[in-house]
Design a protein around this ligand. Sequence first.
Ligand SMILES: Cc1cc2nc3c(=O)[nH]c(=O)nc-3n(C[C@H](O)[C@H](O)[C@H](O)COP(=O)(O)OP(=O)(O)OC[C@H]3O[C@@H](n4cnc5c(N)ncnc54)[C@H](O)[C@@H]3O)c2cc1C
Ligand SMILES: Cc1cc2nc3c(=O)[nH]c(=O)nc-3n(C[C@H](O)[C@H](O)[C@H](O)COP(=O)(O)O)c2cc1C
Length: 599
Amino acid sequence: MNSVAVPNLPAPSLDAEKLTRLTRELESLTVAQLYWIAAWSAAQAAQAQRDIPAAVAERTAERLSIVYGSQTGNAKRIAEQLASRGEAAGLPVRLLRADAYPQRELAQERHLLLVISTQGDGEPPDDARGLFEFISGKRAPKLPALQFAVLGLGDSSYPQFCTIGRQLDARLAELGGSRLASFGEADVEIEAVAAPWVEQALEQARERLRQAGAPARTTPLHVVPSRSVWSREQPFAATVLANQRIVARDSARDVRHVELSLEGSGLHYQPGDALGVWAHNPPALVEQWLEALQLDGAQPVTHQQRTLPLRQWLGGEREITRLHRGFITALATAGGHDELARLLQPEQSAQFAAVLADEQPIDLLRRYPATWQPETLLAALRPLAPRLYSIASSTKAVGEEVHLTVAVVDYQAHGSAHWGAASSLLAATGEDGKMPVFIEPNERFRLPADGSRDIIMIGPGTGVAPFRAFVQERRESGATGRNWLFFGNRHFTSDFLYQVEWQQALQDGSLHRLDLAFSRDAEHKTYVQQRLREHGAELNAWLENGAHLYVCGDAKHMARDVHAALVDVIVAHGNRSADEANAWLGDLLQRGRYARDVY
Ligand SMILES: Cc1cc2nc3c(=O)[nH]c(=O)nc-3n(C[C@H](O)[C@H](O)[C@H](O)COP(=O)(O)OP(=O)(O)OC[C@H]3O[C@@H](n4cnc5c(N)ncnc54)[C@H](O)[C@@H]3O)c2cc1C
Ligand SMILES: Cc1cc2nc3c(=O)[nH]c(=O)nc-3n(C[C@H](O)[C@H](O)[C@H](O)COP(=O)(O)O)c2cc1C
């Protein structure tokens, strides 16, 4: 290891913590890498000097900044639509992902449209963590000249619905900004809220930019990525090539390895991307609904200018497996159930969250009888949304195929069978069956461009899926960096997903380390985070040496526990305090060296 001497010069606004972090990072580099960094930093400094605030102020007065924070691509898609609409209208637009937004420009920003989703349990998407913290924090500048609008994306089946967007909207106003449009709160039916919000925000922005004397442009400022023929709105009918159960017969949960053909579609993906799948609801569940509702499935019902038999509405058009606030409200009203209505009060938020987590709508329909008009029912249900699955293959290894690892939602509760829409359909679709699919890129979950970098992959359960893709990709591209996988599940004998493949990969050298945690094989439960702690010294050494770190799988517990374990490891072996460890991980997250794909 090189020892990096701190130059004997004043380091303006570089506090001790930053300096320690910086020297520690530099210590792991070779002489050639240090020279490269020196040249690169000089270029960065020159660029920063060119971007002096006065010039920034002049530019920002005449342009519209559209910034998005997005985990699974929805906010990005809306922001891209917003940018192309703005450009088509002749507005000078710049479109930025939140982590590419230069925070020092916020103080000079004049016209800002922000599209952002809420993730985790009311957390910002990973690409917007830095910007969210900056705007929410004490160092945020006053923004008396800012005109802004925020569109929040969320899902009202989560207790913290659209929290992040709402907080940013309030904070920007608190800092002195004035709204171009009121806060937009989009549920899964994103377009219903996004379309009028985009319209209003652009109209207002156009007017303000005209007043500011911005020149109308006719040529786009940036290239909006071209879309392939097949998309979310127009999915490709992929043929199922294989559908295998990859857990033992006695496993508590059915997990499938599904292979689909993309032949002739022109669809491309990269390791880290997800496949979007449009499903329909289980027919048996639709019949249970009709019985509970006491309604005739054959009767035609008109909703939003479309007329279909009720059975078809419930089977292919509406969400009937996921509970959300709007449905509970409508059920409480339709049946006059005060107890349900009370659940929606803020003081019952814990009980409300428990109901959202434990029940499907059918459970409430059975428990709280009501007389429904079919039209009222449809208005209370949300449109069926596609489900995402991390892609478990690399095209370098499988050509025009895409592989998935699917945990089937099929469980007994409240005295009856329950299913998930997409996973049970995937499980039930045999060879030659068709599934409507599209690619959902995930730019933040990417292998390092430099194949000599080591990678650490933490993927218990179906979280292992993208790491199958990573290992295939690194094997096929001859990457020289080491690959370390942490995998966990319930039992070694029944739930070791892709066991044979991992053993082969260890033998052929495409996997260098595999650490396993089977939670229910011993008296005391063991999870991957325990393995992280056990191998902390090595893990820390890999990280200090520049390894990229990936976490995929359960968002509720695993991602949080793994993060806490990583902090412990860095404290124990990296000679940092817990705050420093957290800050370092935050930094890695920001720079894309720590990436999460959790659900
Ligand atoms: C980026 C991303 C990547 C993903 N990758 C994968 C992947 O690789 N593999 C994978 O299997 N999934 C993955 N998922 C999850 C996947 O998208 C679906 O959410 C999942 O398959 C369930 O969808 P479904 O349509 O089968 O169930 P849904 O129709 O959504 O129904 C599930 C409903 O049942 C409830 N429920 C489920 N289980 C229980 C239970 N035990 N007790 C009580 N209620 C329960 C839920 O709360 C929910 O209301 C990913 C998600 C994202 C966002
Ligand atoms: C793991 C996970 C957690 C989520 N948590 C929340 C939440 O707490 N509140 C909310 O309103 N929406 C939540 N959502 C829903 C997303 O905000 C919604 O799907 C949104 O359209 C995603 O936009 P994006 O693709 O731009 O990230 C969550 C989604 C996922 C996958």
